[in-house]
Design a protein around this ligand. Structure first.
Ligand SMILES: C[S@@+](CC[C@H](N)C(=O)[O-])C[C@H]1O[C@@H](n2cnc3c(N)ncnc32)[C@H](O)[C@@H]1O
Length: 324
């Protein structure tokens, strides 16, 4: 494992972190930024090999030539977990996401999501996870969460949160086997595995997902390009009236993601912005507009015009008002 580090004013560090996390694929395995002193912030980027580490250093220098990143090889440990250790609990809406040690202190009135620091994404500290939890709460206040699909489940935090907030059942998948292994453990720790089916899959491509469809609620916290690529599949497996909660897109990537989902006939019903990341909730129309309704509207217009012009004085004189 390699670590690439640099210190600079907050804006420069944030820009470097945005550049590395916004790339798909990114050479960075994990990116951690924190305040070092009153004027300086620090970025630590973790990579598996030296080539990726030097790639990250190059990207950081491109973002701002005043950055002088250092690259060092680390002894063999789970550095992602180490970088997350000691992180404070995250509160998002009614949820508190934290490890066992923090939850043991007791947080009355909160829904606890027990997620230990680990290699799977989703400890709640990222703006996208927190945004999804807030969007989940907004939806739960308006409608039943029903049957849930969580694509790119990472630590499983969203599927677990949905079940604890009243969803009937969830199917949660990830392209990464290790994430699914960790998510299953997290499900067990949170006592929700009787209501969640964990699965290794790419996007919605799995017979089990297709068999369970349609879903009332879908979470997709992935990067912008795969979200756009999945817009058709996700719309197809969404129930009429159901919602898909999208995250993983930087604020400036919103227009292309919005165009993709609006183009599928979905309506934007909620938007949350956190730490430069957007979370969008899209709803599928309750009933697809029927061609018959369209025809009736046209005929009604003709009837009104005919009445106004005096060509007809009663409905019986009107030729062909379908359904009258
Ligand atoms: C940003 S993390 C989100 C984790 C968690 N859902 C959360 O909200 O914190 C994205 C996850 O999506 C997974 N992923 C990326 N592309 C995917 C794809 N095409 N299909 C399924 N999972 C994918 C990654 O392995 C990663 O675990």
């Amino acid at each position: 494992m390699f670590m690439v580090s640099a210190t600079a004013p907050k804006e420069t560090i944030q820009a470097a972190a945005d550049a590395l996390t916004g790339m798909d694929p990114s050479p960075a395995e994990a990116v951690d930024i924190k305040e070092e002193s009153r004027f300086l912030w620090r970025i630590d980027v973790y990579t598996f090999d030296s080539e990726a580490a030097h790639g990250c250093a190059g990207i950081m220098e491109l973002v701002d030539s005043s950055l002088s990143p250092t690259v060092q090889e680390l002894e063999d440990k789970d550095w992602v977990a180490v970088s997350l250790e000691g992180l404070p609990a995250v509160k998002a809406g009614p949820f508190i996401v934290a490890g066992a040690h923090e939850l043991a202190k007791g947080h009355p009135g909160r829904i606890p999501l027990w997620i230990e620091a680990g290699p799977a994404f989703g400890t709640g500290h990222h703006g996208t996870t927190a945004g999804c939890l807030l969007a989940l709460e907004n939806r739960a206040r308006q409608a039943k969460l029903g049957k849930v699909f969580d694509v790119g489940t990472g630590s499983g935090v969203l599927a677990i949160g949905a079940i604890k907030r009243g969803a009937d059942f969830a199917i949660a998948s990830d392209i990464d086997e290790e994430s699914v292994r960790v998510a299953r453990i997290n499900g067990d720790n949170n006592n929700v595995n009787n209501k969640i089916k964990w699965l290794v899959a790419t996007g919605a491509h799995s017979a089990q997902i297709q068999r369970m469809a349609p879903f009332d609620t879908i979470f997709a916290n992935i990067l912008a390009p795969p979200l756009i690529a999945m817009s058709g599949d996700l719309t197809r497996i969404l129930k009429p009236g159901g919602v898909v909660i999208l995250s993983g897109l930087l604020n400036f990537q919103e227009p292309s993601v919005r165009a993709a989902f609006a183009g599928r006939g979905l309506t934007l019903v909620d938007r949350i912005r956190r730490d430069g990341w957007s979370t969008l909730t899209y709803q599928k129309p309750k009933r697809p507009a029927s061609p018959k309704v369209g025809r009736q509207k046209k005929e009604l217009k003709r009837l009104i015009e005919a009445l106004k012009s005096g060509k007809v004085s009663a409905l019986s004189e009107f030729d062909g008002f379908e359904g009258a």
